[in-house]
Design a protein around this ligand. Structure first.
Ligand SMILES: [Zn+2]
Ligand SMILES: [Zn+2]
Ligand SMILES: [Zn+2]
Length: 210
């Protein structure tokens, strides 16, 4: 019996997918159920800036997933049975209501990730064209704070340039250095994002040259 369970776990493959909040690429990996449940697993984005954690706790699986929308890590749980058997499980972000990670069979996780990518693209172009944001009040505050910092000449790039362009997204603002293309992303989702920005006298864009 024990051997059978072990073989089943070795042969069951699960696919896990999330979007990296830092580089915004889709991170999708296949792991055997055995690998996932034998020890704590960590799935890193190739850019190194974010990772998803999987941990078995009794008969539950606990996931800590980075979120593309609010840039926080979300901790979610499901039963280990669902984790190993369901076609797809979607975990969603409590702030935006959008999904932040998927676990399941390969095809359905890929399909779900594609749909989420389309949703994200749609939201970003809507934000750009009609000014619809995840949290309008927060976005307004972030933009006015950025204007203030910009007026005091407080925005620069580590390459030495002080010229930049500003890109307003659905739940963040991105500053890009006009000289080297380095970027700095500022989340615009929650009140603490405003506090974080307000306490910064200067902003420094990290150059792509280094
Ligand atoms: Zn990344
Ligand atoms: Zn979130
Ligand atoms: Zn630069």
């Amino acid at each position: 019996m024990k051997v059978e369970v072990w073989v089943m776990l070795q042969e069951t493959m699960r696919t896990i997918g999330f979007f990296c909040p830092s580089c915004r690429q889709a991170v999708i990996v296949d792991r055997s159920a055995f690998q996932l449940l034998a020890s704590k697993s960590q799935i890193d984005c190739p850019c190194g800036a974010s990772s998803l954690h999987v941990e078995l706790q009794n008969d539950k699986v606990r996931l800590t997933a980075p979120c593309l929308f609010c840039e926080e890590n979300h901790t979610v749980t499901c039963s280990s049975h669902a984790f190993l058997q369901e076609k797809t499980i979607a975990f969603s972000c409590g702030v935006s209501g959008l999904d932040c990670c998927y676990v399941g069979e390969r095809e359905s996780v890929y399909a779900a990730m594609n749909r989420l990518q389309e949703t994200v693209d749609g939201l970003e172009s809507e934000a750009a064209s009609s000014g619809i944001f995840l949290n309008e009040m927060v976005m307004e505050e972030i933009l006015s704070e950025l204007r203030d910092i910009g007026q005091r000449d407080g925005i620069s790039c580590t390459c030495g340039s002080r010229r930049f362009s500003l890109n307003v997204n659905y739940s963040s603002v991105e500053l890009s250095c006009s000289a080297c293309g380095g970027t700095l992303k500022i989340p615009a989702t929650t009140l603490s994002d405003i506090d974080d920005l307000c306490c910064k006298p200067v902003l420094s864009i990290r150059s792509k040259k280094t």
